[in-house]
Design a protein around this ligand. Structure first.
Ligand code: PLP
Length: 431
């Protein structure tokens, strides 16, 4: 087979195509490769298959939808399922976050939030507020808005940022918080950097502060206790919107429908994707407050927001999301994370602290990172564990010096046992 034509995303194409790893099927916690090898997935694909792989009920709902109403645009036309889904989702959302704009990905959900923030301020006569404050080590997708606010350096290296952006310091603090379980105790004061940026730029120029409640791709960095609340208070003082990028954290990953519920801090908007359809089909959603919706919608006659996607609220995606929601709620999966399997996960991950070169292990809900010391003599240890893991039937995410874990919410104790055993045998090969 010629693999050349497909330019693969975020992949070392030349290396992959010399030694491809091709999956053929998936079920529950496992993929099966073309060679028939199984791979225990401790990453939920890309943090998305929260319900495990290929749940039949979701596939059936999508099939039904595609037979009945394969496509209808949401521009000036509609279909019942999108309104029902929006209603169900906003009932679960905290505070007055009772409107939802559908997109096809997390990147689109982020860019949608940035655009809504600008439209909101313009509607209030404050069109000078166009500057966004994000955070170092942040990942907000790969569209130009998300790329412009990105905090992971590698993701902006080849591109120019568009628009005005500044960054808060990241919250990782190995010296004080190493081996934290749950929220790190130290670092609430890092939120005060927002006051410095406000003093530097002027609060009347800042549209919004955008942060992941738990930074994901930047290394799984749970927020220091009190940090998100401090950001909320500073934003409120200055009329700045607070946006949580919950593309990873929503849909049970941290033990509640959203991180904002789990941490009891309500933003003005939040983004989601991934767990929304549990990876079955692309879909994202930007939730916003009643104030934002009313302000924008009441400021214009005719079309109020000049924004939308051909596939916004696609019938098949709505059917998938609705079926996923049924499963999440019927099986109490959001709460399962903190009440049961999340504790076992925490213990399992921290039990690996005796591996060579480990400098930190941190976790929240079903998110964790194991960080190793930088390897002066070769490939970073996180990358090595990822590669050797693949060869021995284990999928973890290698992020440089760290191994990142975000297993499906349906994980059971036996999968954790298998994970620990496999990591230990991989470690024996490396060290
Ligand atoms: N925002 C966050 C926090 C993410 O982790 C991601 C993807 O990992 C995105 C946005 C982008 O989502 P997508 O890849 O669906 O565009």
């Amino acid at each position: 087979m010629n693999l050349d034509a497909h330019w693969m995303p975020f992949t070392a194409n030349k290396a992959f195509k010399q030694k491809p790893v091709l999956m053929e099927s998936s079920s529950g916690m496992y993929w099966t490769s073309e060679q028939g090898d199984t791979l225990l997935d401790m990453t939920s694909g890309l943090w998305c298959t929260n319900l495990g792989h290929s749940p039949a009920r979701v596939a059936e709902a999508m099939y039904e939808a595609s037979r009945n109403l394969g496509y209808v645009p949401s521009f000036n036309l509609g279909h019942r399922a999108s309104f029902e889904l929006a209603e169900r989702l906003t009932e679960l959302a905290p505070g007055n976050l009772d409107h939802v704009f559908f997109t096809n990905s997390g990147s689109e959900a982020v860019d949608t939030a940035l655009k809504i923030a600008m439209a909101y301020h313009a509607a209030r006569g404050e069109s000078g507020r166009n500057l966004f404050i994000a955070r170092e080590r942040a990942y907000h997708g790969v569209n130009m808005g998300g790329t412009s606010v990105a905090g992971i350096r590698a993701n902006t290296r080849q591109f120019h940022r568009w628009g005005e952006v500044d960054h808060l310091p990241h919250t990782h603090d190995l010296a004080r918080n190493a081996f934290s379980r749950g929220l790190p105790a130290h670092g609430v004061e890092k939120a005060q950097a927002l006051n410095d940026l406000i003093a530097l730029h002027g609060s009347d120029r800042i549209a919004a502060v955008l942060v992941e409640p738990v930074a994901g791709a930047g290394g799984v960095l749970p927020p220091p206790a009190g940090y998100l609340r401090a950001l909320r208070e500073i934003c409120d003082e200055h009329g700045i919107l607070l946006i949580f990028d919950e593309v990873v954290t929503a849909f049970g990953r941290v033990g509640a429908f959203t991180a904002s519920i789990e941490f009891d801090v309500i933003p003005d908007m939040f983004t989601s994707a991934k767990g929304l359809t549990s990876g079955a089909v692309p879909m994202g959603a930007t939730f916003c407050s009643a104030d934002i919706y009313q302000t924008v919608v009441n400021s214009e006659e005719g079309i109020e927001l000049w924004h939308g996607y051909t596939y916004s609220a696609h019938p098949i995606a709505c059917a998938a999301a609705s079926a996923c929601l049924d499963i999440y709620l019927e099986e109490s999966l959001f709460t399962r994370v903190n009440e049961g399997i999340g504790r076992e996960f925490e213990d399992a991950v921290h039990s690996l602290a005796d591996l060579p070169q480990v400098v930190d292990i941190r976790n929240y809900g079903l998110l964790a990172a194991i960080e190793f010391a930088p390897n002066a003599d070769g490939l970073p240890y996180g990358t090595q564990i990822f590669r050797k893991g693949l060869e021995s039937g284990l999928m973890v995410r290698g992020a440089g010096d760290s191994v990142i874990l975000s297993p499906p919410l349906i994980m059971e104790s036996r999968h954790l046992d298998e994970f620990v055993e496999k990591v230990r045998s991989v470690a024996k090969v490396i060290w």
